[in-house]
Design a protein around this ligand. Structure first.
Ligand SMILES: [Mn+2]
Length: 324
């Protein structure tokens, strides 16, 4: 039996599901959760979504976000048969939500990260696929569950955001076919784009401009990097949105092979969050894995201990080694 069939069989034999996704919740994680929960409801199953993070700014328009719970230590959840992790390459990527699986119920994992550790009882991992949402779309088709507006919109948002609006190399003919199919359910693409990528507070845009003014380049312009000091990003959700924007700007600079963002994490001294983006030649998943993180070949992240100056030196030296 292939992995997709195993996932379908697992859904059929269980009645109630606890669903989660990775921390730094974004479009693919949230969209996949909402669509997966809808698939379960359409099959007459029970589904509860719990995340370590709150709903990111700009995604409030998705239907079903009001019923998404945020994890609190000691919180009680209704009993469930199966614990589902979406868009997570390992168990701890869901933050502390895994602690809710006290009774060690079977773990189901649907993911598209090349760094996946196959930690789950049932793993369906497709590293070449654009998004977890594209996998959930395939699941709808494989299980012959008809899509509706709610699930189509959630899947469209997952695919749109994880492909960087259909421009990353994981965007396939199938990705476009799936998107075309999803648009048949009455999705207002202009409104979706405006909700997610525009409509941003003026102050956030000024903050972004300030960060971008600090761009540095090394290795004959093949590496572009920028740092975000602790305190600049007072709001975690906004900071994540800013991270994506900053990285996408860095990637767009001529000659850049690798874009790096160094970010001090609020409340965590001596730790720096690193986000890496590659134009394709350099496998940044390998670089992130060297520092205990992971992700995709062209997009990955890790957290490194040390001061900003120490971490910058270590990480940039490592990247330079790959450029040779
Ligand atoms: Mn994803």
């Amino acid at each position: 039996m292939n992995s997709l069939k195993k996932v379908a069989a697992c859904i059929k034999r269980n009645k109630s599901f606890l669903i989660t996704a990775h921390t730094n919740l974004e479009g693919d994680a949230l969209g996949s959760e909402l669509a997966f929960a809808e698939l379960l409801r359409l099959l007459g199953k029970k589904a509860v979504i719990v995340n370590d993070d709150k709903i990111p700014v700009g995604y409030e328009f998705l239907s079903g976000v009001d019923s998404v719970h945020r994890y609190k230590p000691g919180m009680k959840v209704a009993n469930f048969d199966c614990f589902v992790l979406l868009d997570c390459s390992d168990l701890k990527r869901c933050g502390d939500v895994y602690k809710l699986n006290k009774f060690n119920k079977p773990v189901l994992n649907i993911d598209h990260h090349i760094s996946n550790t196959y930690f789950a009882d049932i793993s369906w991992v497709e590293p070449h696929v654009s998004s977890c949402a594209e996998q959930v779309y395939k699941l709808f088709k494989a299980m012959r569950v008809p899509l509706n507006k709610k699930s189509a919109l959630a899947l469209y948002v997952g695919i749109l955001t994880d492909t960087g609006s259909f421009r990353y190399s994981t965007t396939s003919a199938f990705t476009h076919q799936a998107a075309a199919d999803l648009l048949r359910y009455g999705i207002d693409v202009a409104r979706v784009y405006r909700n997610i990528y525009e409509d941003k507070p003026y102050q956030d845009m000024v903050l972004l401009a300030g960060i971008l003014s600090g761009i540095k380049r090394v290795s004959a312009g093949k590496i572009a990097w920028v740092e975000i000091e602790k305190g600049v990003t007072h709001n975690k959700t906004i900071s994540f949105d800013l991270s994506e924007r900053v990285l996408s700007f860095l990637r767009a600079i001529k000659d850049v092979e690798v874009a790096v963002l160094f970010k001090k994490i609020q409340g965590r001294n001596n730790e720096v969050r690193i986000n890496l983006r590659s134009q394709g030649k350099i496998d940044v998943n390998k670089i992130a894995q060297f520092f205990g993180g992971g992700g995709h070949k062209t997009a990955s992240g890790c957290t490194v201990r040390g001061t900003l100056a120490q971490v910058k030196k270590k990480v940039l030296t490592k990247i330079k080694g790959y450029l040779r």
